[in-house]
Design a protein around this ligand. Structure first.
Ligand SMILES: [Zn+2]
Length: 142
């Protein structure tokens, strides 16, 4: 059985300072100190001591860098997947709106109506949209 005290520096390096997780409920606690007067950012020795979980009283365990990085990596993957989903949806939506806007067989009123329908909300009062389109057409015709 390895002796934890034989290589204390290695064990200290494996753990995120002041970062604990409850093995029972997953509660996570970060104890970090920021004190500009003392020029101190990080953890103090007392911040590196475990304490009971506030939810269930189980002693919190140190979080290793590897565990925390795996959590961050999983979160990052989730965010990239969400981003891809939203990006695809926005591209499809804009494609539909542009197709309507460029459809010259429709009257301006019909285009405004369809775009507002696609938006499912009225971003601007329809009269304002009509004024903007009319103004742009007048300026384009100059
Ligand atoms: Zn707990």
């Amino acid at each position: 059985m390895p002796d934890d005290t034989a290589v204390p520096d290695l064990y200290r390096l494996a753990f995120m300072p002041g970062c604990f997780r409850c093995p029972k409920c997953g509660f996570q606690l970060s104890k970090v100190c920021i004190n500009p007067n003392l020029d101190l950012i990080g953890t103090r020795e007392e911040d590196r001591q475990s304490e009971p979980c506030p939810n269930d009283g189980t002693m919190l365990v140190h979080v290793t860098y590897k565990e925390q990085l795996e959590v961050y990596a999983d979160r990052l993957k989730e965010e990239f997947e969400r981003f891809d989903t939203y990006q695809t949806a926005v591209k499809e939506f804009l494609g539909e709106v542009l197709a309507v806007a460029r459809n010259s067989s429709l009257s301006n009123e019909a285009r405004i109506e369809k775009i507002c329908e696609a938006l499912r909300v009225e971003i601007l009062p329809r009269d304002s949209i009509k004024q903007i389109i009319d103004r742009e057409q007048q300026e384009a015709g100059k």
